[in-house]
Ligand binder design. Structure first.
Ligand SMILES: NC(=O)c1ccc[n+]([C@@H]2O[C@H](COP(=O)([O-])OP(=O)(O)OC[C@H]3O[C@@H](n4cnc5c(N)ncnc54)[C@H](OP(=O)(O)O)[C@@H]3O)[C@@H](O)[C@H]2O)c1
Length: 238
């Protein structure tokens, strides 16, 4: 049986991915801070292993290793944990928490997993960035900047694996708007997708070991144009 770990599986996209892999015969390790939601996942799905921890805590990598040992290995690890808020007032607590969670917490998890796969001799590491990573967005500076960090970091790990001839695949997942608790009521959204649709597209692309996974697919073309927009136009829109 194949084994997957989803970091940040208590809600939203991560929860959807965990449920999908469980229903499709995988052994699934799930993490998040909310123990009660992890237990709920375990009760309602098959072959679930749980470990609750904060990705920012100093022992998060040790907790992740405990989970992997309980599962007796892992083939695919998906980092879905993340936070994001509209922050027009640049509330420093919001900006700093977002940067900490999405960049520092992500780095703890990604580096540990890359190292684990390196020792194991193979593995597939995936993490959720965002289409918000493409350009700086005035209403959520820390969110867009931290997701650019995630995308760039994953690109570096992908190159590292190729240059060092490791059997490690690295995938960057770039969702547009997805209907999850992360989207607060203040977030302006269009083309909002259902978790089910996004999970189907992500899992298909992960099976094919794609480098960059835009979900839904139309965001690939939106971001292509968005990247090309001159700054004086971008500054007046986003
Ligand atoms: N929804 C969207 O429109 C959208 C678009 C683009 C990208 N994304 C990205 O997709 C990923 C999943 O987001 P979502 O929309 O599914 O949001 P969500 O429903 O709020 O899920 C976020 C998950 O991250 C976990 N998490 C957050 N901070 C954590 C921490 N410090 N330690 C451990 N776990 C933590 C949460 O678990 P606990 O609270 O239990 O710890 C939860 O399971 C995020 O990286 C997000 O940035 C979302």
């Amino acid at each position: 049986m194949k084994k997957v770990i989803v970091i940040g599986a208590t809600s939203g996209i991560g929860k959807g991915l965990a449920e999908y892999y469980s229903a499709n015969g995988w052994i699934v390790g799930v993490t998040g801070r909310r123990e009660n939601l992890l237990q709920e996942l375990k009760q309602n799905n098959k072959n679930i292993y749980t470990k609750s921890f904060d990705i920012l805590s100093l022992d998060s990598a040790a907790k992740l290793l405990e989970l992997i040992n309980e599962m007796q290995g892992v083939d695919l690890a998906i980092i879905s944990s993340g936070i994001g808020f509209v922050n027009h007032n640049l509330d420093p607590e919001v900006e700093l928490n977002t940067a900490q969670t999405n960049a520092i917490g992500f780095t703890r998890m990604a580096d540990f997993l890359y190292g684990y796969f390196n020792t194991q001799g193979y593995g597939h590491l995936a993490a959720i960035s965002s289409i918000a990573s493409i350009r700086g967005i005035y209403m959520c500076p820390a969110y867009s900047a931290s997701k650019a960090y995630v995308s760039t970091y994953l690109e570096a790990l992908r190159s590292k694996a190729v240059k060092e001839k490791k059997k490690i695949k690295v995938s960057t997942i770039l969702p547009g708007f997805v209907d999850t608790p992360l989207l607060g009521k203040d977030t302006p959204t269009f083309w909002k997708s259902e978790v089910k649709t996004v999970v189907k597209q992500i899992t298909t692309s992960l099976r094919r070991k794609r480098r960059k996974i835009y979900v839904t697919r139309r965001w690939r073309w939106v971001t292509f144009i968005w990247r090309l927009l001159p700054s004086y136009i971008h500054e007046r829109i986003l």
